[in-house]
Design a protein around this ligand. Structure first.
Ligand code: NAP
Length: 320
């Protein structure tokens, strides 16, 4: 089968990719958007918002909106202007020459599935999870990876944050605005976070620390009820009754398929031009969490998707 050639292919269907699709289709670039394939609760087409319940901080929705409904609206808006969406996952890419080549399905197939003049990468990042039974089922029902998104729902609750880095302490400090208490569960007796964050957290009366501790189990039927902590030095276990568990043990960008093809930082995030979406490969652009180690919000991802579409449009225009 000869490869299907497109002017622009967008890989990834979160707020960044779909916003890029809205702009690119309105610019008559006829984009094809590869949505990805469902593989787990936290890795599926539509990105992180598909596992979020209520989204209250996306401008334009004063009453809030459910994450999946927001993503459906993004999708419908992209389709309205002619974006073609396919529930397919890129398994291999060759960005070393133009047109760029993209494989879907068997990565060893001789011919790529698609070729494209320009590519926008918007495959996002996923939070690292604890991988404990019940964790995936309770995402959105007590288990969260984003205090900015979900903290508001835990007013006067007792909650726990797992991790000892800057993210964990930032989440813990933010959560003290709402929670009755926040227990930071850390596997060592020394924090990885920067000194200033440590000082702030240690000085906050609402924050307690469970040192040398790991979460052994997550318990609750429809919503989280408690976690069982294990002291890694003594093996002693104890129950911590909490209705919220914020997992903040790092993020991994979804960039495996692009390794060796575009410049990445040490954490595997794609490096983009300052104030833009250009990668080190001409004609390849990146937007959203796949290149953002700082903000990681739906609205910032959408904004960077808009930038990528405009950058791609201008670049294609210059080529023709
Ligand atoms: P991080 O620095 O890699 O910290 C991850 C934390 O999670 C570590 O304390 C680690 O424990 C713990 N951890 C990892 N895997 C675990 C597991 N399976 N079970 C239990 N604990 C586990 O990640 P991050 O906090 O997300 O920060 C990422 C980068 O962004 C850092 O460079 C950070 O400085 C930066 N950042 C900066 C700010 C800020 O400046 N305001 C805010 C957020 C993030 P160990 O310590 O034992 O390894």
């Amino acid at each position: 089968m000869p490869a299907d050639h497109r002017q622009l292919i967008i890989i990834g269907s979160g707020p960044a990719g779909l916003t890029a699709a809205i702009y690119a289709s309105r610019a008559a670039l006829d984009p094809l958007l590869l949505e990805g394939e469902p593989s787990s609760t936290t890795d599926q087409p539509g990105g992180a918002l598909m596992t979020t319940t209520e989204v209250e901080n996306f401008p334009g929705f004063p009453e809030g909106i459910m994450g999946p409904d927001l993503m459906l609206a993004f999708k419908q808006q992209a389709e309205r202007f002619g974006t073609e969406l396919r529930m397919e996952k890129a398994t291999k890419v060759d960005l070393s020459a133009r047109p760029f080549q993209i494989w879907v399905g068997d990565p060893d197939a001789a011919e790529p599935t698609y070729t494209a003049d320009a590519v926008i990468i918007s495959t996002g990042a996923r939070p690292v999870m604890l991988d404990l039974p019940g964790e995936q089922e309770l995402v959105g029902h007590g288990v969260s990876t984003c205090a900015t998104c979900d903290g508001f729902f835990f007013r006067d609750h007792d909650i726990a944050v797992v991790g000892g880095g800057d993210s964990a302490l930032e989440e813990a400090l933010f959560l003290t605005k709402f929670a009755r208490s926040v227990t930071v569960v850390h596997r060592r007796d020394e924090l990885r976070a920067s000194k200033i964050m440590q000082e702030r957290a240690l000085a906050n009366d609402k924050i307690h620390f469970a040192w040398n501790s790991v979460v052994d189990s997550i318990e609750g039927t429809t919503t989280l009820e408690k976690v069982r902590l294990r002291d890694v030095l003594t093996d002693e276990v104890r129950d911590l009754p909490v209705t919220g568990l914020f997992v903040a043990i790092g993020h991994r960008p979804n960039t495996d398929v692009f390794k060796g093809q575009v410049a990445m930082d040490d954490g595997g995030y794609i490096v983009t031009s300052p104030d833009g979406s250009l990668t080190d490969v001409e004609g390849v652009f990146a937007c959203g969490d796949v290149q953002d180690t700082v903000y990681r919000q739906a609205i910032t991802a959408a904004g960077s998707g808009c930038m990528a579409a405009i950058d791609a449009e201008r670049w294609l225009e210059a080529q023709h």
